[in-house]
Design a protein around this ligand. Structure first.
Ligand code: FES
Ligand code: FES
Length: 158
């Protein structure tokens, strides 16, 4: 334990205290220590956005952030979007629009879209495309993803 560092996080509203290796990323800790595997490992160099989560209200590539750097932060992952076992309206819009093909990029797309809609509830097409610019989709399902975000934005709540 001497080579680990204690940190505290609020993850999806729940306080978590844990010890982490100094070189472990937030993505490592979410997936391996907290069993939150929604954020995906892909490029690990900040290029694809598959690991996107929200830290203190801002999206981050969790593969690029050391866990010790976010000690004390509030983290939201895709697992934190659903409420009482029901998909969020944004998640439902992704489902309804067929936005998920292989699905690998979708948690990251959802987190970027969620963060966008929190700050800009009525985004334009350009706003959505810019908000999701850091999230790559290898299935090239961009049209359905953007449509889903715009559909969710038309809804009354998220
Ligand atoms: S896995 Fe983090 S940006 Fe690609
Ligand atoms: S749905 Fe397959 S990578 Fe986006």
């Amino acid at each position: 334990m001497s080579d680990t560092i204690p940190i505290q996080l609020t993850v999806n509203g729940r306080q978590r205290s844990l010890r982490v290796a100094p070189h472990h990323t937030l993505l490592d800790v979410l997936r391996d220590d907290l069993d939150l595997t929604g954020a995906k490992e892909c490029c690990l160099v900040g290029e694809c956005g598959a690991c996107t989560v929200i830290v203190d209200g801002r999206t981050v590539d969790s593969c690029l952030v050391l866990a010790v750097e976010v000690d004390g932060a509030s983290v939201t992952t895709v697992e934190g979007l659903a409420r009482d076992g029901s998909l969020s309206p944004l998640q439902q819009a992704f489902l309804d629009r067929g936005a998920a093909q292989c699905g690998y990029c979708i948690p990251g797309q959802l987190m970027s879209a969620h963060a966008l809609l929190e700050t800009n509830p009525h985004p334009s097409l350009d706003d959505v495309q810019e908000g999701l610019a850091g999230n790559l989709c290898r299935c090239a399902g961009y049209q359905q993803i953007v449509d889903a975000v715009l559909a969710a934005a038309d809804g009354a709540d998220r």
